[in-house]
Every structure is written in C-alpha cells, then in structure tokens.
Write a protein that binds this ligand. Structure first.
Ligand code: ADP
Length: 267
C-alpha cells in the first residue's frame, strides 16, 4: 500500500461503546459500500464511531471537517506551483477514492452546495470522481466508502442538504447515549468515579430538557468528558462544570444562573 495512505490507518482500537445495533448495521452497509449519513447532535459520538468502524474493518480513514469556505478543489485536488512548474495534488476525497479509504465528511452541510455535488458520482453505481481540471476520471477503489455527518437540529432553511444528496445515503441516527451508557463512557474516558460521572450525566440531562427553551443545543457527551477531565486534574467539581458545561453553551445571564443552579443540586 502506498505511503500516502499508510498514515490514515488506525492502529490502536478506539474505545467505542455501542449504543444499539449501529456496529452491525454499519458493517452490513460497508459490505455493499453503501454511502452512509450519521445524523445527530454535535459531541454525541459520531466521529468516534466512524474511527472505531474504520479500525474494525481494517480500512484507512480520511476525515475532512467541512466549513463554509470549503471549495470543491479542497476536496478533489488542485494544481500547485512549485520550482519545477505545476504539479497536481490530490485532495482528501481523491486520495480516499484512489487508495480505498473510508472518507468521512464531518458536518457536510456546512460546505457550499456546489461542493456537495462533487460527491454525487461517487455515491451511485458509477463510483467515479471526475478531476475536471486535471482531465482524469478516478474510478473508486473497491474498498472506498463515503460517510457524512449531519446535525438535523441545527440546520436553518438556508442550510440543508438537497434531497438529491440525502437520498444517496443510508442514515443512522445518533443521540446522547442513555443514562447508564453515558455514565460508563464518561467514567471510562476521564477516569472519574462512577458516582461523579453519573452526576455529570444528570446535569446534562437537565440542560438537554432546555433545548428549544432558551438553549440551541444541549450539553454534549464531549462536554461531560471535558468536565470530568478537569475534575480528575483536581479542579473542584463546581468550577469544572461552570467552565466545561455552562459557559460554553449560553451567553444569557438567566440561563447561566439556571444551569449553575442545576450544577449546585448535584455538587
Ligand atoms: P461527534 O462526532 O458526534 O461530534 P464525537 O465522536 O467527537 O462526537 O464524541 C465526543 C466524545 O464523546 C468522543 O471523543 C468520546 O470520548 C465520547 N463518546 C461519545 N459517545 C461515545 C461512545 N458511544 N463510545 C465511546 N465514546 C463516546
């Protein structure tokens, strides 16, 4: 295997705690190379899941964090000028298609729509990627699969995937894990006791109930892991929750006080 793809192999098993039958479903989807869409709020385990699946399937993983300034060239590739003239450089999608990686486009809806259409020919039975500027048609390697993530709650009318894009993917729903599983994850990832992990999860559950009532997003599993990591470092639980759970998600003084009060009932 060429060096260029070697670096994308995941050598150590990532910790992933399955929540339902998502591992089996993804394996079945991979076996037919179905493009997959992981749907769910930020920080609930989508990226970790795809890392785990790439490891389990023994395939390299190329992750691209999408943003609104991203152009099709950022995905596909471009000509670069160097001392010897111009030289083509494959973008991450072209590398993944050529060498048979799983390509994970994180928050794909952030990218402009003209960017998302470049993935279309890779998602139907043609499985090709046209490098128009280079005049090359890349036929995807048999191992190649495309995976995108998508946060449905967070889209405005202006920012949604086109139906013609959505319908090219199978979808898996993700959400914050249920109480006992999330407690296990927080304890495992941070080293806090089960008791502290459980309190952190309970605070998050209160905040999640406020989503749509003054909060745009609930406290994510990722944030609980930040809080737990601070506690393990000796930061007092109150301060850790203020820093990692409350301040990042609200600028509103009333909401901040309500969340601080929720913290105070547990710590
Ligand atoms: P997303 O991609 O949905 O924004 P991540 O996959 O980055 O979120 O999840 C944030 C963190 O939460 C991960 O780094 C991991 O520590 C933890 N996490 C969430 N769900 C799980 C899970 N099911 N198993 C293991 N870790 C998890």
């Amino acid at each position: 295997m060429p060096n260029i793809i070697e670096q994308y192999h995941i050598t150590k098993e990532p910790y992933y705690r399955p929540v339902a039958d998502e591992v089996e479903l993804f394996e079945a989807a991979y076996s037919v190379r179905m493009p997959m869409m992981l749907k769910g709020p930020t920080g609930c385990g989508k990226t970790r899941f795809v890392e785990y699946m790439a490891w389990k399937l023994g395939k390299p993983l190329i992750t691209v964090a999408c943003n609104e300034d991203m152009t099709a060239s950022d995905l596909v590739g471009r000509f670069l000028l160097d001392a010897h003239g111009t030289r083509w450089q494959d973008g991450p999608l072209a590398i993944a298609a050529r060498y048979g990686a799983i390509c994970y486009l994180d928050e794909v809806v952030e990218a402009r729509q003209d960017t998302t259409v470049v993935i279309h020919p890779l998602t139907d039975n043609r499985r090709v990627l046209p490098l128009e500027k280079k005049g090359e048609l890349v036929h995807a390697h048999p191992d190649f699969q495309i995976v995108i993530s998508y946060n449905p709650g967070y889209q405005s009318l202006m920012k949604d995937l086109k139906q013609s894009t959505k319908q090219r993917f199978g979808g898996l729903d993700f959400n914050y894990p249920e109480h006992a599983i999330e407690t296990e994850i927080v304890a495992h990832e941070t080293g806090v006791t089960k008791d502290i992990a459980e309190k952190l999860v309970s605070i998050a559950e209160r905040a999640r109930n406020l989503k749509g009532h003054g909060l745009d997003e609930g406290i994510s599993t990722r944030m609980l892991i930040y809080a737990g990591s601070l506690i393990v470092k000796g930061v007092n639980a109150h301060a850790a929750c203020r820093v990692a759970l409350v301040r990042p998600i609200t600028d509103d003084p009333d909401m901040r006080d309500a969340l601080d009060a929720a913290v105070a009932t547990f710590f």
